[in-house]
Each structure stands twice: as C-alpha cells, then as structure tokens.
Design a protein around this ligand. Sequence first.
Ligand code: DAH
Length: 404
Amino acid sequence: MRSLKRSEPRSPPEQYGLGFHRSERAVSGFETAFFSGARQHAFFFESGRGESMSANLEAFLAALAAVQDEGCGAFRDAQQASDVEAARIRFLGAKSGAFKEIEKQFAEIEKSEKRIAGMKLNEVKTALKAALDTALAAVQGEQGGARSGTFDMTVPGVELSMGHVHPITQTIDHLKEIMGRMGFEAAEGPEVEDPWHNFVALNIPEDHPARDPLDNFYLSTARVIGGEGPLSEVHRTEPMNYLLRSQTSTVQIRVMESRRPPIRVISLGRVYRPDAPDATHYPMFHQMEGLMVDAGVTMANLKTVLRVFANNYLGSDVQIRFRPSFFPFTEPSVEVDFWWNGGWIEFGGAGMVDPAVLTAVGYDPQEVTGFAFGLGVERLCMRRHGITDIRDLYSGDLRFLNQF
Ligand code: DAH
C-alpha cells in the first residue's frame, strides 16, 4: 500500500484514456486522476485496478460503483411514483439504504485513502440524487404533479393575485354613497335604448342635431337576403329603431313612467358617443344623472344638493357656480362649474325639468316641479385623483390601475 504524493510523476492528460493498459498505467492514471479533477477520477475508479490501492479501498470503490449502476438503473426504470419512492428507500434511504451502508464503511478506510474514497462517495451520491430527481420529474409530469405522492410542504404556495375594484367603479360606489345620504336612491336603465327614452320624451324632436346619426351609435341588424351556403350568403344591414344611449337622462323618463312623485333618484352608468379618443374624450363614458320631483322643488334645492355633493366628493372648500345654458329637457338650464384647486371646472349640466317632459311621463306640471342634473363620472374621478388622460382608465394597464 502506498500513499499518493504530489512529487510522484504524473502522466500527461492525453495519455490518460480508454486505451491504457490497466497493469502498466494504473498507477500513473490514478495519479493523473487525483491531480486533475473529479471527472477523471470517475473514469479511473471505474476502470482501474492498481496494486497501489489497498484491498479495502478497492472493495469500497467497487461497492460504490455497483450501487451507482444499480441505483441509477432503478430510477431510470421507475414507471410510477411508487417505483421511484421504492428505489429511493432502497438506494438513498437515510437509515439502511444501500448507499448509507457503504458510507458506514468509510470509517474503515485508511487515512491516506480517505480523500479518494470521499470524493467517490460524493460523486456517487450526487449521481444517485440526480437520477432520483429526473425520475421524480418524469412521473410527476405523467401524473399531474400533485397526485404523484410527493408533496413538498416547504415550497412556498402560489400567491393568488387579488383583483380590485376599477377606479371608475370605486367612484360610482362613492357617489352613490354620498347621494344616498341625501336620500337619493340608485336607479338603473338599459344601455340599448329606444328613441322615445333617449330623445322624444326628453323633448328632443326628430330634427334636433343631437339625433344626428353621426353623433350616436344607432344599431342595425344583418339579414340574409340571398345566396346559398355559409360563404355565399348575401347580407343586408337594416337600421333598427335602437341606439346605445347617449345620456343617462333616459333613466329619468323610465323612473317617472313607473312611479309617482315624490322622486329622488340618481342613475350611474355608461353612455356612448362616437367621439375619437383623446385625453378628455372616449366613445364610452359614465354619467351620474340626478332627478328630484315633488311639490315645490326649486333651483335652490338643486344648487344645495350639488354643493353638498361637491363638498363631500371634492372638498369642503369647493364652491359651485351656475352658468345659463340650454338643454331641451330642462327650463331653465345651467352648466354646473365647481371652483376647485384655483379654477372653475365644468362638471355637467342641470336645470328644472321642462314641463313638456313632466307631461310626457303623465305628471301634472301644475302639481309638481323637479330638478335634474347630469355630471361626468370620469371627470369627477380624474379631478379627484389627478388623472390627466381618460384613456388610462380604459387601457387595462395594471401598472396604472393598481394605484387605486
Ligand atoms: N344629458 C346631458 C348631457 O348628456 C346632461 C344633463 C344636462 C343632464 C341637464 C340633465 C340635465 O339631467 O338637467 O349632456
């Protein structure tokens, strides 16, 4: 038995290879392997039988090689999770696995040979573990992972990403809450409307420019008028009597048609106009419509309600201003401006419900009066949060939306 010393001659790497004769070259091969790294060891130890090795080390290395061969084979052949687990216990079991048994023999290896033995020990362990991992991955892939019988409870769970309420919906909820405290109840109406509710009952006659097809999304239906088979059909689109509502004032009519005064409602929802999108326009936006009808309702009530609303939503220092205007469904009509952050900003329109509208829904204008208003929800939301481009609200960009 001889020890390996660095001073002993080494073979150049090119001489170390498959072609050497064990008897002649074993010693130098051994040394080359020792000084040039673990990969070369692997080759040498599996092939070499040098007289330089003690019988003890030789047996140890042979046992390791055998357990590596057998173990890797077993992992490779495993068909299902239970096979992998059986092989794991047999070869890598912590108490009496085949590898463990050999490892116990390490204590018997002579001091001078411990380093070689230790390296081989590590190498075989790494190889067996790699084979185990590969086998696990293979059976998990086949059996859908979680059911394969291996569950690592130390792996952190998959974090659920919680969605949250869109800023416009948050605004709508907030507006409902403020108006609710003043006794206004939320009402809803359809987004696909007929001309009666969108125009006629609101005192907007047939020739009014607001009814221009270029200013509204009128709907049409497609009808098959000729041809045979799915690819040869000829369609004709026919105008329908419906449109996407251009204002939430439609809901005023629907509410008054179905109830008697006193009425105190708001309606929050989408409206549609064919505007090209830019920083302040979008073909779909939201309005908050307000309607109060009772005996003796006046402009003073309207102004108070809007001021209290603005003070709650935008701040207690916000002031309100009415500018004379015109809407077909109110008389008198006003534009509503709020003094906010050093300037007057227009938020919508309002006025006293036109007697023609009250008559259209069957109310007696001699008995009741009412006020109505319509405010832009996006504008309110954008002012409050400092949003400068309406398109950001509808881009679906989570980097923007997550801020609210
Ligand atoms: N419907 C109007 C628009 O979309 C806004 C409006 C103005 C609503 C005056 C009202 C009102 O209820 O009284 O421009």
